[in-house]
Design a protein around this ligand. Structure first.
Ligand code: PRP
Ligand code: HPA
Length: 177
């Protein structure tokens, strides 16, 4: 639906040289501030999931901005939500993986019992840049023997070719720059 996409598009801002010189930062805060725009995002994700995936067991969201959209979507679908967090935030037994960012380095973690072997999951985040973060999340899911059905983001930054890094996994995005 074109009008829902237009609504989403109109609620994304760009800030030059944030958080470092040379980065054009796409800001999704206006989406969260506008109930109609946020509803449009979740509607579009829900439509995509219902049209493309028969059975999904869990939505897996990435720290931090994947947490803004993931639980809203999982609740719509009537399934659970799992958190992948930056290192050191999750209690109990965890598995972890390190990765490179467009502007730094980080380590991601998931609780060992978050996903059972063979479960079908969809990953969600706000934005795909280099693909390092989503790739790391896929690695974590592989460690837990989960089946990654695909990745979903609000925004894809095409010039960074993150999709190449994720070539084994299908990526769905609402808005592309
Ligand atoms: C941003 C963004 C994605 C990731 C995309 O998060 O929200 O998670 O970077 O970049 P990539 O495709 O190059 O990996 P960031 O790591 O800045 O953390 P935050 O969500 O905690 O702000
Ligand atoms: N905007 C928001 N988050 C990001 C970006 C961006 O341009 N690049 C990497 N993470």
């Amino acid at each position: 639906s074109v009008s829902k996409l237009q609504l989403v598009h109109r609620h994304i801002r760009a800030f030059p040289d944030f958080p470092k010189k040379g980065i054009l930062f796409r800001d999704i805060c206006p989406i969260l501030k506008d109930p109609a725009a946020l509803t449009a995002v979740i509607d579009l994700f829900e439509e995509h999931v219902r049209n493309n995936h028969q059975q999904v067991d869990l939505i897996v969201g990435l720290d931090a901005r994947g947490f803004l959209f993931g639980p809203l979507l999982s609740q719509r679908l009537g399934i659970g939500f799992v958190l992948i967090r930056k290192k050191g935030k999750l209690p109990g037994a965890t598995v972890s993986v390190s990765y490179d960012l467009e502007y730094g380095k980080a380590e991601a973690e998931v609780q060992e019992d978050a996903v059972a072997a063979g479960q079908k999951v969809l990953l969600i985040d706000d934005l795909l840049a280099t693909g390092g973060t989503l790739y790391a999340a896929c690695e974590l899911m592989k460690k837990l023997q989960a089946e990654v059905l695909g990745c979903m983001v609000v925004i894809e930054l095409k010039e960074l070719n993150g999709i190449d890094k994720l070539k084994l996994h299908n990526v769905f995005s609402l808005v592309q720059y």
